[in-house]
Design a protein around this ligand. Structure first.
Ligand code: SF4
Ligand code: SF4
Length: 411
């Protein structure tokens, strides 16, 4: 409990990952030239195995070029690049089949692979993901057994030091890794990961399990599961957490790599700032109700019917960094808070043990606000200086006590 409180304190009192959206003309001019040269070079290369042409696929789906360019413009903004980069981003999307991707599944539920697959009416993000040259994906490919192993060997050899390695799932380390083995030789997931990562250009951990251990690492964590960043050293590593990771963020990372040949700017948890530089709470459509002290007190009450803030029924939006309140899910139709369910902080470390309760965090009273409401909200997200905030603090403590009684232990 003491460790957990310390962890929460640290999280609550740390400065938010500030997103620098303007780095100055000189920076962008240099970057533009660099990206232009890279795109020109990629154009001279042949597609790898996937020869699907994105323009044909867009046409088949009835998506006009104008819509594609609108999408490219939106993605340019999402990647925090000036609008002048839009044609380069569109070109990068057309060249997605120049980047070989190997995808491993370790200790997981395959939810991120599900997110990678499209729905009936694929959007441009999903079509772009179809264009990547997915050289190996145990769950999606037809090959199995020894054939699958050979396919992996071939892909690693052919694209040595060039492939992006996407990893889904946690890495079980318990009993020398014996909790998770792969293939006829019984190779542990840990060894499998190290072997395939050795010649990757960069490693991308996708989803909460691969990034921070997720559900497999929840207490008491009998398999000793950890995230990829705990075992991979000396490689560029990008974390795209969330349960599941948003396909828009996967597209963003690959596009950025195609465009610049580099990993995007990352926060201290190795998450791309373009996607995780925002707090859920700061872009939430219920935020005005939070500031006005209007809360859902219990499921189905008048507050719920009026779309009031979900903080008191456990929303962890004030402590969670992710762009789902902006990008949303399911073709951009909606997102958890939009449909009346509080955020459970799935893109933060240790979320299952720390956040996934239907009550506010007991430790919310830890914060020490020092300024006006906006400053407090920016630094901390709760605004305890307001009458509403004081109410929240009291409510949080009461909930924690109730939680202790219910659980018969730690809240
Ligand atoms: S606490 Fe949750 S529901 Fe309320 S404004 Fe913040 S993110 Fe939105
Ligand atoms: S709203 Fe919160 S719990 Fe839901 S997907 Fe976004 S970060 Fe995860």
């Amino acid at each position: 409990m003491a460790d957990r409180i310390e962890g929460v304190k640290k999280l609550f009192t740390s400065k938010s990952a500030r997103v620098e959206t303007n780095k100055g003309d000189a920076y962008y001019e240099k970057l533009f030239e660099k990206c232009q040269a890279r795109i020109e070079e990629l154009k001279t290369q042949q597609p790898i195995n996937n020869r699907l042409d994105i323009t044909d696929v867009l046409e088949m789906q009835g998506i006009e070029r104008r819509d594609f360019l609108k999408w490219a413009s939106a993605v340019t903004g999402m990647l925090m690049l000036p609008a002048s980069f839009t044609p380069l981003v569109a070109d990068a999307a057309l060249l997605m089949n120049r980047a070989p991707v190997i995808w491993l599944e370790l200790s997981d539920c395959a939810g991120n692979s599900e997110a990678l697959l499209r729905s009936d009416g694929p959007q441009i993000d999903e079509i772009v993901l179809d264009i990547i040259s997915l050289e190996f994906h145990e769950t999606l490919q037809a090959a199995s057994g020894h054939q699958a192993e050979k396919q992996l060997e071939d892909a690693m050899e052919t694209f040595k030091d060039k492939y992006l390695l996407f990893v889904e799932g946690a890495v079980p380390l318990g009993m020398n890794g014996q909790f998770g083995t792969i293939g006829a030789s019984g190779e542990t997931m840990h060894d499998h990961l190290l072997r395939v990562a050795k010649h990757a250009a960069a490693v991308v951990a996708v989803g909460s399990c691969a990034t921070f251990g997720g559900v497999p690492a929840a207490a008491p964590n009998p398999t000793g599961a950890v995230g990829v960043m705990d075992v991979i050293q000396g490689k560029p590593l990008i974390n795209i957490p969330a349960c599941p990771a948003n396909p828009a963020n996967m597209v963003g990372v690959i596009l950025h790599y195609i465009l610049t040949g580099q990993v995007p700017e990352l926060d201290s948890l190795l998450r791309p700032k373009f996607a995780f530089g925002y707090r859920i709470h700061d872009n939430c459509e219920r935020r005005a109700h939070f500031d006005a002290g209007e809360y859902v007190e219990e499921w189905g009450d008048e507050g719920a019917k009026n779309n009031f803030c979900l903080y008191k029924v456990g929303c962890k939006g004030p402590m969670t960094f992710n762009n789902c309140s902006i990008v949303r899910y399911n073709e951009g139709v909606n997102w958890p808070v939009g449909v009346g369910r509080g955020c459970i902080g799935c893109s933060e470390p240790d979320f299952w043990d720390k956040y996934a309760y239907e009550r506010p965090m007991a430790d919310a009273k830890i914060k020490a606000p020092t300024g006006g409401v906006e400053k407090t909200v920016d630094e901390f997200g709760l605004g305890l200086l307001t009458a509403a905030g004081i109410g929240i603090g009291i409510h949080a403590v009461a909930s924690a006590v109730a939680g202790k009684k219910e659980d018969g232990g730690e809240a």
